[in-house]
Design a protein around this ligand. Structure first.
Ligand SMILES: Cc1ncc(COP(=O)(O)O)c(C=O)c1O
Length: 473
């Protein structure tokens, strides 16, 4: 018998054990600590013995217990970062993707799964109000942003054999770090990112964008692209997409929209994303606000030829002999990736199982939960809301009895104490130099009662700090 092959009975036994573990994890979400009490040394120690020379057979799975015990619960009150809650049907799709092990790079290597991904991408594009856009699924928003900016550079200042010319890219001061990273990776230079100031709601100010472009043009520099943000990571701000698009068009710039956090909310509140379809390229993250398991980013674009200009470097061994539009299609000609996993299985199964309506409703509930938290914070004199809540990120801090100069230090300690209590999990942001607690609702499990618990827990953690008579942890 081939030692790497499993009999059907062995496969079933292992799969059943894994399914039991998965089911247990899901049913115990609420009982688990959101931030497990572990240390770097303890998690490293789990793997200290290295990889075994001889196989452990079923006992191999025994080691999963402490691994799973050390994971974050991902329950209804995990509200840190922009972490989608992991919809279980999507997880089953991911499992099948591994078993099928198709290389979803070209129609001829994985015909049905290539067509499935094309359909998922088209369907999501239409659902966010960008019908006719195509694209591909990516490892996340960062790679989708890198791909969008690669297309921008190739469209507006094509790289030649000698290297790439320089050009200027514009984004708001609230831009996500993946954009400067993309510029650095593309060799455009981080200094060629112009950060445009925002208004009182953290949105890019179009008149300042216009001015910056005009100044660069008169200094002989080459404006390439503008990145508008549709849901900033700190506060959920949506840049004025129509105004930004008009300026981009007037100056012949590529417009990329970073919608990694926010754009999928257009399923529920399209009116907040007016102008999204004016983008040349748009990144979204189904592993954020479509609740899919990581990883499931999306890059959409209006012109597939622009994607091929950026990404098609076909060698002979991959050339398609077919002339049929579908049968000759290859994702690797429109993407950074060559070998590609069947990412589409998760959103496809998950949306077919639940229907788009269920996702629209879940997003609406997240928006409502965020609005509710903002109201509770406004009504609580010990807390201060520090930014409007256009989507589902709520930024606030504890202020009672604290002089301005002590608020940052206190809230930093408060966040650590809050998360250590293990009932809710928030992350942080810095707004105009203020350290703020940040709750982000991209979680299909969160209920209004959970929202109330956020406030109760923040106040309880603050009381612990102040009653201890010290702010040291
Ligand atoms: C606005 C924005 N852009 C890009 C990203 C990066 O996405 P990913 O983590 O999927 O690479 C994030 C992540 O939070 C984000 O909020």
């Amino acid at each position: 018998m081939n030692p790497l092959e499993l009999s059907p009975a062995d496969f079933r036994r292992l799969a059943d054990r894994l399914s039991t573990l998965a089911e247990q994890w899901l049913t115990e979400l609420d009982a688990r600590a959101i931030a497990p009490a572990t240390t770097g040394a303890a998690s490293e120690a789990l793997f200290a013995e290295g990889l075994p020379e001889e196989g452990l057979k079923d006992a191999a799975l025994d080691a999963l217990g402490p691994v799973i015990a050390g994971t974050r619960a991902g329950n209804a009150r995990f509200l840190g970062y922009v972490l989608g809650s992991g919809e279980p049907v999507g997880a089953l799709g991911d499992y099948l993707a591994g078993v099928l092990n198709q290389n979803v790079t070209a129609w001829r290597s994985a015909p049905t799964l290539v067509s499935m991904e094309r359909a998922v991408v088209r369907g999501l594009a239409a659902a966010v109000g960008c019908p006719g856009f195509t694209g591909s699924l990516t490892g996340g928003g960062s790679s989708a942003n890198l791909m969008g900016l690669t297309m921008a550079r190739e469209a507006k200042a094509p790289a030649n054999e000698e290297g790439s010319p320089t050009g200027v890219v514009y984004a708001s001061t609230e831009v996500h770090m993946s954009i400067p990273k993309a510029l650095a990776l593309l060799g455009l230079g981080r200094r060629n990112l112009r950060l445009i100031s925002t208004d009182e709601e953290w949105r890019m100010r179009p008149e300042l964008l216009e001015r910056a472009i005009t100044e660069d043009l008169s200094a002989g520099r080459r404006p390439l692209a503008v990145v508008a943000t549709a849901g900033s990571v700190n506060t959920g701000a949506v840049d004025p997409l129509k105004d930004v698009a008009a300026i981009a068009r007037r100056h012949g710039l590529w417009m990329h929209v970073d919608g990694a956090y926010g754009a999928l909310a257009a399923l529920a509140v399209p009116e907040r994303f007016e102008g999204l379809a004016l983008a040349d390229s748009l990144s979204m993250d189904a592993h954020k606000w479509l609740y899919q398991p990581v990883d499931c980013g999306v890059l959409l674009f209006r012109d597939a030829a622009a994607a091929r200009r950026a990404f098609s470097f076909s060698g002979d061994y991959v050339r398609s002999m077919s002339t049929d539009a579908v049968e000759s299609f290859a994702f690797f000609e429109e993407s950074l990736e060559l070998s590609r996993r069947a990412r589409a299985l998760k959103p496809w199964l998950s949306v077919r199982y639940h229907g788009l309506r269920a996702f629209r409703e879940a997003i609406r509930k997240d928006l409502e939960n965020a609005r509710r938290l903002a109201e509770l914070v406004r009504a609580e004199p010990r807390l201060e809301l520090l930014a409007p809540v256009p989507l589902s990120a709520v930024c606030f801090r504890y202020v009672a009895g604290l002089p301005e100069a002590e608020r940052n230090a206190f809230n930093t300690k408060l966040l650590a104490r809050l998360n250590a209590r293990g009932r809710v999990y928030l992350s942080n942001a810095t707004l105009s130099g203020n350290f703020v607690l940040r709750a982000c609702f991209v979680n299909h499990r969160t209920t209004p009662e959970d929202v109330q618990m956020v406030v109760a827990e923040v106040l309880a953690a603050a009381a612990e700090l102040t009653h201890a008579g010290t702010v040291s942890l």
